[in-house]
Design a protein. Structure first.
Length: 109
């Protein structure tokens, strides 16, 4: 049999435990580095997001500009309709004048 002293046995066990602790410590440090990198990425990502108050201001400004554009469009459509009405009146007046002219020429002949 292999007889070793208690001191040698305890020393070998302590060495084994110390190596295990070192390996576990190295693994823990590696994991913590990965977590720190992930945390840093999240921090950078959060820094690139727009703040809620800035978002609200931008949306309000866009809504105001959209309202102005809608009103302008409605105004242009109204002008187009008014132009159509004026053109129809002018054509009607020309038709009436031509009709009256034809009636007058018919009586003259």
């Amino acid at each position: 049999m292999n007889n070793i002293s208690l001191k040698e046995y305890l020393d070998s066990r302590l060495e084994s435990i110390e190596k295990s602790i070192q390996v576990a410590n190295a693994e823990l440090n590696r994991r913590l580095e990965g977590m720190n990198e992930f945390r840093e990425q999240l921090k950078e990502q959060a820094g690139s997001f727009i703040a809620r108050t800035e978002y609200a201001v931008c949306i309000e400004k866009l809504n105001t500009e959209i309202k102005i554009l809608r009103e302008y469009k409605a105004s242009l459509e109204g002008k187009a309709s008014q132009t159509s009405v004026i053109l129809a009146i002018i054509i009607s007046i020309i038709g009436i004048v031509l009709g009256i002219t034809n009636i007058i020429f018919a009586f003259i002949k």
